[in-house]
Structure formats: C-alpha cells, structure tokens
Design a protein. Structure first.
Length: 273
C-alpha cells in the first residue's frame, strides 16, 4: 500500500476532481504536506480524513461541522457519526427495497398485459378496495389525458417511481350510457395497499373487464361489446368505468403494442316476479 499520494492520485482514488481537493484545502478541511518541489503530498491519515469528509457530506453535514469534528475528534462524536450513517443506510435500504417491489410489480403487469389469451374476452373479477391518488379534470383528448398523468406522477413531492405507474382514467357511467366514450372525469394512479399517501379508494366488488391491444380508436367498439355482454350475462353496470392503461406511450413507441383494460363494477339484474 502506498503511504503518500499526489493530488492527481488522490483525486483518481476517490473519484473526485482536483478542484474539490483544492477547495477542501482552502477551507482547511484537508491540508496536505508539501514536498521539496512544492507539490502536494497526501498521507494515509489524509485518506482517512477524506473518507470522513465524504461520509459526512453524504449525511448532509455542513463543511463547518465537518471541520469542527476533524479538529476536535472524540469517541462520543465518532459514535454519533456512525449512528447517523447507520440511519442513513437503513433509509437507503428501505428506499431500494420499495423500488425493487415496484419493479417486480411492473414486471408482473407486463407479463399479464402481454398474455394473448386474456385479450378481447369479457371476464368477471372480484376486487377488494384499491387505493388511488387522483386528479379531477375533464378530458376528451389524448393530450389532455397525458397532461393529467404528468400531474399525477409529480404529486406527493414526485415520490412515485417510474415503475409504479398504474394509470387509468374514469369514464362516468352516464357518459357510457350516452355513448360518449372519450369524455373522462378523472385521471387516477392506483397505488399499493400499504401506501400511506392516497386520495381515495375504488369500491370493492365484482367487475366486468375486457382488455384490447392497439389504438384507442377501438374504445367505442369495445365498450359496446362489454355492455352487450354484461346485459346478456344478467348483470347491470353500477359504477363509472375504469380505463386502465397497462401498456401505453410511456412503455412503447409502437401503438400496436398498447394494452388497455376496461373495468366496470356490476351487480346481478333483479328478475321480475
């Protein structure tokens, strides 16, 4: 192991710029020795100090407080530093664990969405309550829908992961009855059951669902088919439709790969006696 380093070697070792090292020297955080030729010489002790500076900066400690620690080191202060770093690492682990869960959820959605056997078939699925955040906005064009989703993605301080974007629109039941299949009332983001930040819930119950692949211009035909099947199976629609975009422009540039799922809560039609 080398016991002395030049400024260039120190910068390369820690993946920082020589300007940063000069700044630390200017602030009297890390003042190297000087060789006879005037060149800076960093020792093993300087590498330790640089480790401390890097760690404390990552924890958000000011340069003033870092200098105070380096000038007045103690066992008590080091224990405090290690405790702070432990908490920081725990936070990072929790954040990465949540990101990993979102990635797995998104992979599951993609596997489900690309299952050809589930396309164009009306299915009845029982859902428990689902948490959502939403934006209320009258939307009739793709651009308006995209804008609503952009707003949703940046709500709650932009905490939503790029992998956690289960977007949908709400199409009021009255609009479905009037065959106005592009007059949406809300944009929603369906979030996980353990999410603490949410605006409301989608009601539990039995939902008639159908999904299709390709352009949204098919929507009117798909809605009509779903309504006919609901009626034929002895059900009646009792909720607004959820139009869920399982694969859209955010996931592929090929519109033929889009997958959209329509969900409408239904109840059995009461038969006349």
């Amino acid at each position: 192991m080398k016991i002395k380093y030049t400024i260039g070697e120190m910068a390369e070792l820690y993946h920082i710029s020589t300007d940063t090292l000069r700044y630390y020297e200017q602030e009297e955080l890390l003042v190297p020795q000087r060789a006879k030729n005037g060149y800076r010489v960093y020792t093993i002790f300087d590498t330790w100090k640089l480790n401390v500076i890097t760690t404390m900066k990552r924890l958000g400690v000011s340069l003033k407080d870092i200098k105070h620690f380096l000038d007045d080191r103690s066992i008590k202060r080091e224990k405090e530093l290690l405790s702070e770093e432990s908490l920081f690492i725990d936070d990072q682990i929790q954040s990465l664990t949540k990101q990993l869960e979102h990635i797995h959820q998104r992979l599951h959605v993609l596997d489900d969405a690309t299952d050809d056997s589930l396309l164009n078939a009306v299915r009845y699925l029982d859902y428990s309550k689902r948490k959502v955040i939403f934006i209320e906005s009258h939307m009739t064009t793709d651009d308006q829908v995209d804008m609503a989703f952009s707003h949703l993605a940046n709500q709650k301080n932009g905490q939503w992961s790029i992998y956690n974007r289960d977007f949908a629109t709400i199409l009021p039941l009255e609009n479905i009855k009037k065959a106005e299949y592009t007059h949406y009332s809300h944009g929603i983001l369906i979030v996980s059951d353990d999410e603490q930040l949410y605006d409301g819930v989608i009601s539990e119950g039995r939902y008639a669902t159908i999904r299709y692949r390709g352009q949204y211009t098919q929507a009117a035909k798909i809605y009509q088919r779903l309504r006919q099947q609901i009626n034929a199976d002895g059900y009646r629609p009792v909720s607004d439709a959820i139009e869920r975009y399982m694969i859209d422009v955010n996931h592929t540039s090929n519109a033929d790969e889009y997958v959209t799922e329509i969900q409408i809560r239904v109840e059995r039609e009461e038969k006349e006696r």
